[in-house]
Design a protein around this ligand. Structure first.
Ligand code: NAD
Length: 358
C-alpha cells in the first residue's frame, strides 16, 4: 500500500513501527488525530498474514477511535496499536513490558488499553514501563458493565426519538449475544422494568447462565432474532449483523446495542436502514461507555466509578444530538455521527490557535 498517500487522504499524523529482538515483539502504533488530546486506543495482538494487513488494520482502527472519542465528548484523539504474533506463543511479562517501553517513547501522544488478545493483566505489565496505559485492574477494570450502561442510555434516547418517550418498561427487546455486555444490558433493562425481552446465543453455557439469572427472559434461536416483532433489536455479539439479508427481514424499528461494526457496509446498510424507517444508533457512539470509563483513570483525582458512570449517561443526549444532525443533513445516522465528530474536532481545533497559560 502507498502509506503516505493513504495517510494524507485520511489525515493521519503518525505511523510507528517497532521491534524488540529479545522478545520477538513486532508491532505498529498509529496516531490518527490529536487535535482534542492525546490519542487513546487498544492494543490488538493478532497473527496477521502479513505486514500490509496489520498496517491497514491499525490505520483503520485508529481513525475509528478519533470518531469515537470526539463523539463521546472526550478530550482525546484516536490511536491504536497492533502487535503481530501468535497470541498462544508470544505473550509474556517481558513481551508486554518491551511494548510498554515503546509506548513510553511516544511521550504521552498515545495511551494504550486492552483489545483483542490483550487484557488487564497485560496492561499491568505495560504499566511497569509507562504511565500511558489505562484499564489497570486496580483502577477501572472490566469495561463491559460501563459499555452496557452506555448502550442502555442509547436505547432510552432511541425510544425517545422514535416514540417520544424513553420509558424502558413500555417496550420490547431482542438482545443478540449474551456474553459480557449482553448480560449486563439485559440486567439493566430488567431493573428499569422491561417485561418483554428475548435473547439469542450460540454458546450453551451463556444460554444456561441467562436462563438461571433471568428466568423471564426468553431464548430464541439465532436465526430468528432479527425477525422478532419487537421495538428494539440490540446487537451485542458480532460485527456485520446488518447486511443485505438481515436488513430485509428486520422488523424492529430501532437497532441499538453494544456491538462494533454492526453495518456490513456503512454507507449501503446505513442508508438501507434509513430507507426502511429503522432508527440506527451508531455503534461507535452508543458503545463508547467503556472508553468514557477508562478515560476517568486519566483524571488528576484518579478513577471514580460513580463519576465515570454519570458521565456515561451523557450518551443519551449525544445520540439525540446525532439523530438531529441526521435529520438536518438528510443523511443516515452513521454518517451523521461522523459529521458530528468532524465538526467538534474542527471547532475545537480552531479555538486552539492562541496560546494560553493554565
Ligand atoms: P463477548 O464475547 O463477551 O459476548 C459476545 C457473545 O455473543 C458471546 O457469548 C457469543 O457466544 C455470542 N455470539 C457470537 N455469535 C453469535 C450469534 N451469531 N448469535 C448469537 N450470539 C452470538 O463480547 P462482549 O465483550 O460482550 O462484546 C460484544 C460486542 O460489543 C463486540 O462486538 C465487541 O466488539 C463490542 N464491544 C464490547 C465492549 C466491551 O466493553 N466489552 C466495548 C465496546 C464494544
Amino acid at each position: 500500500m502507498k502509506k503516505f498517500e493513504y495517510m494524507e487522504k485520511h489525515g493521519y499524523e503518525q505511523l510507528v513501527f517497532f521491534h524488540d529482538e529479545s522478545t520477538g515483539l513486532k508491532g505498529i502504533t498509529c496516531i490518527h488525530n490529536t487535535t482534542l488530546g492525546p490519542s487513546l486506543g487498544g492494543t490488538r495482538l493478532w497473527n496477521y498474514d502479513d505486514e500490509e494487513e496489520a498496517t491497514l488494520d491499525v490505520l483503520r482502527l485508529a481513525r475509528g477511535m478519533t470518531y469515537k472519542a470526539a463523539c463521546a465528548g472526550l478530550n482525546l484523539g484516536g490511536g491504536k496499536s497492533v502487535l503481530i504474533g501468535d497470541p498462544e506463543k508470544v505473550k509474556s511479562e517481558a513481551y508486554f513490558r518491551a511494548f510498554g517501553r515503546y509506548v513510553q517513547t511516544l511521550g504521552g501522544r498515545y495511551i494504550t488499553a486492552p483489545d483483542v488478545n490483550t487484557d488487564v493483566k497485560a496492561m499491568k505489565y505495560i504499566n511497569m514501563e509507562t504511565d500511558h496505559v489505562v484499564a489497570i485492574p486496580e483502577k477501572s477494570g472490566n469495561p463491559s458493565p460501563a459499555t452496557a450502561w452506555g448502550a442502555f442510555h442509547g436505547i432510552r434516547a432511541s425510544l425517545k426519538e422514535k416514540y417520544g418517550d424513553n420509558d424502558i418498561s413500555k417496550y420490547s427487546y431482542a438482545v443478540q449475544g449474551a456474553g459480557q455486555t449482553g448480560d449486563y444490558l439485559i440486567g439493566y433493562l430488567l431493573e428499569a422494568g422491561a417485561e418483554k425481552i428475548y435473547f439469542t446465543e450460540i454458546n450453551e453455557k451463556h444460554i444456561e447462565k441467562i436462563n438461571d439469572k433471568y428466568p423471564s427472559v426468553e431464548f430464541v434461536k439465532p436465526e430468528s432474532i432479527c425477525e422478532l416483532d419487537v421495538d428494539v433489536f440490540a446487537p451485542c455479539a458480532l460485527g456485520a449483523v446488518i447486511n443485505d439479508e438481515t436488513v430485509e427481514c428486520l422488523k424492529a424499528p430501532i437497532v441499538a446495542g453494544t456491538a462494533n461494526n454492526v453495518l456490513e457496509d456503512e454507507e449501503k446498510h446505513g442508508q438501507a436502514l434509513k430507507d426502511k424507517g429503522i432508527l440506527y444508533a451508531p455503534d461507535f457512539v452508543i458503545n463508547a461507555g467503556g472508553l468514557i470509563n477508562v478515560s476517568h483513570e486519566l483524571h488528576p483525582e484518579g478513577y471514580n466509578r460513580e463519576k465515570a458512570f454519570n458521565e456515561i449517561e451523557s450518551i443519551h443526549d449525544r445520540i439525540l444530538d446525532i439523530y438531529k444532525v441526521a435529520r438536518d443533513n438528510d443523511t443516515h445516522t452513521q454518517e451523521a455521527a461522523k459529521i458530528f465528530a468532524r465538526n467538534r474536532i474542527e471547532e475545537i481545533g480552531r479555538i486552539q490557535s492562541n496560546t494560553i497559560n493554565r
